[in-house]
Design a protein around this ligand. Sequence first.
Ligand code: 13P
Ligand code: 13P
Ligand code: MG
Ligand code: MG
Length: 385
Amino acid sequence: MSVKTTISVIKADIGSLAGHHRVHPDTILAASRVLAEAKRNGIIKSFYVTNAGDDLQLIMTHHRGVDNQEVHSVAWNAFKEATKVAKELGLYAAGQDLLSDAFSGNVRGMGPGVAEMEIVERPSEPIVIFMADKTEPGAFNLPLFRIFADPFNTAGLVIDPRLHNGFTFEVLDVYEGRAVELNAPDEMYDILALIGTPGRYVIRRVYRRPDREIGAVVSIERLSLIAGRYVGKDDPVMIVRAQSGFPAVGEVLEPFSFPHLVAGWMRGSHHGPLMPVGLRDSKVSRFDGPPRVVALGFQVKNGELIGPADLFDDPAFDESRRVAQQIADYLRRHGPFMPHRLGPEEMEYTTLPEVMKKLSSRFVQAEMGYKPVVKRSEELSGEHD
Ligand code: 13P
Ligand code: 13P
Ligand code: MG
Ligand code: MG
């Protein structure tokens, strides 16, 4: 049997410089030391530590499979060490995403975001790792659909026989903790009916149909759903395999040329355009944003990461960035109004219950000429016919 390689991307906001602007280099160093030691001890094979805005990103390869206790423990220790430095430097929201003190073998459900895939390496194995700040896992729904199901994005779906049979999407309902597999192209309208609600339905994995080879995996942790309160946005990561039977790297990047609207800007409570940027621009300042995404390309060979290539650091994406700026200007002029501000059920900060409590005695019955019939949310979701 061929040796399998696991790619693990585990990230957390453990505190940042100048509010939620960017990760401090000393915390990157602290995390790198822990990973270097894990490499010496043979727990991981190679690693790359970086940041997406204020999120510390650990990219690791190893032969231990997904959800491995030792690898997760290395990641947890790296975050703990980095948090110590963050506290010493008084960085903002030190330890923000570490929701628990008691590590019990797996970082999932403890705050960090996790995307992992185990593969048998092809002779040449190009992967792209996407890391976003000031948004949520559902932000990857639109680009993933376009990469693996839209022939106007991915030419290979039409002209490459190895892609022509389509892909399977595993869609997760993050409110109910259940998942459904749907096939493209035949079920693409059903896929879109779900994933167009990205706060609830999140594409978690994509498989190539004929052989179920994994093509993509997304971190699905939503911090507020874990903690039951606002602790920071869920700034997601995603791994995508490219070329030779998967979409080409250019097809994988192409959807990001359209800066679509995502949730998570300012206080996790506003919509903004997702701006594709190179690593040096992976920091957020305007109204704590706008939301950003970085794409690093690697080759994986014999369990080692070769690279990275900073894929959005390209003038070909300048126009997308300019459009994102224009959208940002336009949205900002809405101030506290929806749809710039998120709807009440998705806002991470709200004063609404207090305002309603204060005003409750002042609300009076009003004559409207009709008795309103309001659909409850469960009727709208089509679950209780
Ligand atoms: P592969 O057939 O190796 O995936 O190459 C396609 C390509 O890179 C065209 O842009
Ligand atoms: P992060 O989730 O990236 O920490 O941002 C939080 C925030 O509220 C920014 O305005
Ligand atoms: Mg932060
Ligand atoms: Mg962040």
